[in-house]
Design a protein around this ligand. Structure first.
Ligand code: C5P
Length: 409
């Protein structure tokens, strides 16, 4: 897939830059040609000499370099690429991208580029968690930038742990393949997907949850990415890898999920596959609740926001297509029809999660699904299928409903 593709790799300043040297090799092994831009900060971690030796070409570092501009300037650098990869993407580089700054070669090329961009962030977990970074990431995703990682794990700083590690070179390669493979029916579209359960804390060690595995939502996000969409996946806690070529926002609670969804708008289509907890503990105990000698505690609940209904009723930023799921154990279609109207969404995918569905292991957590698609046109009964097939079918339907991309004439 990468054979004969022209990759422009922007290396930012972070300790993960050493992995970008391996990334150059991996890309070239697959037949891609690689041009490299290094920021000034990047050169504190790896040298242009090393990157040039691996890419077999001159490495670009200066915006105002008379020779380089004469030879191949920043406009040509971005023009002559099929894909731009930013790895590692520092918090600073992403902030510049989100705000359109262009005071060095890397940022100027990124601003001048109309090519697909794939970003592999790497930074300290606190920098990643900072609302400023979250705003920039949301903005970039809305602008059509694809993300891979960051992964959670130990950081270079001793004792630091959490999301912030750059994705591994092979993960970046996989995401690059997805991004390039995809001149598909959803190219140019931003699709937002929620997936998984939510965890609602009771005290520091206990929480309310449900049996959702996230398999269906993740399969939809992956299918939409393969169809060419820019995908933002807002996921509750799941035991699944992040799908390739998808910007994943990890959240715990329903309220965090709503905030991440709102931050990811605008979107052309939003698909709410998450099993959001309807209720949370009205108050979260600051310390672990003790059993010793205490009366059995009451657990007052508070209602969570309905993310689907909130987005479906947005005045300005409502996606054109808002799709919900309805897990029911009886009167599946009738309940789902009522739910479609109550929530104000366009389609509901109703599924029977009762043991009667006949699906081994049940729908929740299992690999299969039995869907009834409810829209204003009526009900469509889909055959029993794997969650991956359901995802493909849904994505194809979304593409048809959105129609061809409106291009400016
Ligand atoms: O009301 P119910 O939970 O059955 O509705 C299911 C649909 O609504 C799903 O698409 C689910 O993702 C969405 N939902 C939501 N926020 C909630 C509850 C449900 O987005 N708080």
């Amino acid at each position: 897939m990468l054979a004969h593709k022209r990759i422009l790799l922007v290396i930012g300043g972070g300790i993960a830059a050493y992995k970008s040297l391996d990334l150059i090799r991996r890309l070239k092994e697959r037949g891609a040609s690689v041009r490299v831009i290094m920021t000034a900060a990047a050169q504190h971690f790896v040298t242009p000499l090393a990157a040039g030796a691996l890419s077999h070409t001159k490495v670009f570092t200066e915006l105002f370099d008379r020779e380089a501009e004469h030879d191949i300037g920043h406009i040509r650098l971005s023009r002559e690429a099929d894909l731009v990869i930013v790895a590692p993407a520092t918090a600073d580089l992403m902030a510049k991208m989100a705000h359109g700054l262009a005071d060095d070669l890397a940022s100027a090329v990124l601003l001048a580029s109309d090519k697909p961009v794939l970003v592999a962030p790497a930074m300290n977990p606190l920098m990643w968690a900072n609302p400023a970074t979250a705003r920039n990431v949301a903005q970039l995703a809305a602008d059509g930038v694809a993300f891979v990682g960051p992964n959670a794990g130990a950081m270079a700083e001793r004792g630091e742990d959490g999301p912030g590690r750059m994705a591994e070179p092979l993960e970046i390669v996989a995401a690059a393949e997805t991004r390039l493979a995809v001149a598909g029916p959803l190219t140019g579209r931003h699709v937002l997907v929620t997936s998984g359960p939510t965890h609602e804390p009771i005290d520091p060690v206990r929480y309310i949850a449900n049996r959702s595995s996230g398999k269906q939502g993740h399969a939809i996000a992956a299918a939409a990415a393969r169809a060419g969409a820019q995908v933002t996946l807002v996921s509750g806690p799941v035991n699944l890898p992040d799908p390739a070529g998808v910007a994943v926002r990890h959240v715990e609670t329903a309220r965090e999920m709503l905030a991440a969804v709102e931050a990811a708008l605008p979107a052309d289509a939003a698909i709410f596959a998450a099993a959001v907890a309807d209720w949370r503990a009205a108050t979260e105990a600051g310390e672990k609740m003790k059993k010793d000698g205490q009366a059995i505690p009451a657990l007052p609940l508070a209602e969570n926001p309905d993310i689907l209904a909130t987005v479906a009723r947005l005045a300005n930023r409502r996606p054109r297509l808002v799709i919900g799921f309805a897990a029911e154990t009886e009167n599946v279609v009738a309940y789902a029809q009522v739910k479609r109207l109550r929530k104000g969404c366009d389609w509901i995918l109703a599924n029977d999660v009762s043991p009667r569905s006949g699906i081994d292991g049940g729908v929740m957590g299992g690999d299969e699904n039995l869907i009834h698609l409810i829209s204003e046109k009526g009900v469509e009964h889909w055959p029993r299928a794997s969650k991956a097939e359901v995802a493909e079918r849904l994505v194809a339907r979304v593409a048809t409903a959105l129609g061809p991309l409106e291009t400016l004439s």
